[in-house]
Design a protein around this ligand. Structure first.
Ligand code: ZN
Length: 130
């Protein structure tokens, strides 16, 4: 489902952000005469950008989130804490079972809270200034 939150100056053109990597992913053009699109829309849908789509074909995307994050809204957007990795499907099949495994294989991504992230020994994508 697509959705837009109207904030700030409106335009005929807007930019969607990829739900998974937060990079600009799609240019949106309003075909009506009235300006209805915010210039910087943010996340508008859960379609992965081409980069994420390609990576999600190769494995399962794991994204770290804050421990007490609640999943709410039409597009849940939990507080992300910087962990972002692609895990081979064979590894996920060894790590998970039941509904978690079914979800991972169907949607090709999972949010993992920080406690579980660290327990699994997954790497942090820390940015070092030098
Ligand atoms: Zn992406």
């Amino acid at each position: 489902m697509d959705w837009i939150i109207m904030i700030g100056e409106l335009s005929h053109v807007g930019m969607n952000t990829c739900y998974f990597c937060n990079e600009p992913s799609e240019i949106l053009i309003d075909r009506r005469l009235k300006k209805t699109l915010p210039r910087n829309i943010g996340v508008m849908n859960m379609r992965p950008c081409t980069k994420c789509e390609d990576l999600m074909k190769q494995g399962i995307l794991l994204i770290s989130i804050k421990n007490d994050t609640q999943m709410q809204g039409p597009i849940p957007n939990p507080y992300r804490t910087g962990g972002w990795v692609i895990i081979k499907q064979e590894a996920i099949e060894r790590m998970l079972d039941g509904d978690f495994l079914k979800f991972a294989l169907k949607y090709r991504f999972m949010f993992i809270n920080d406690e579980a992230w660290d327990a699994m020994g997954l790497p942090r994508n820390e940015i070092h200034p030098d």
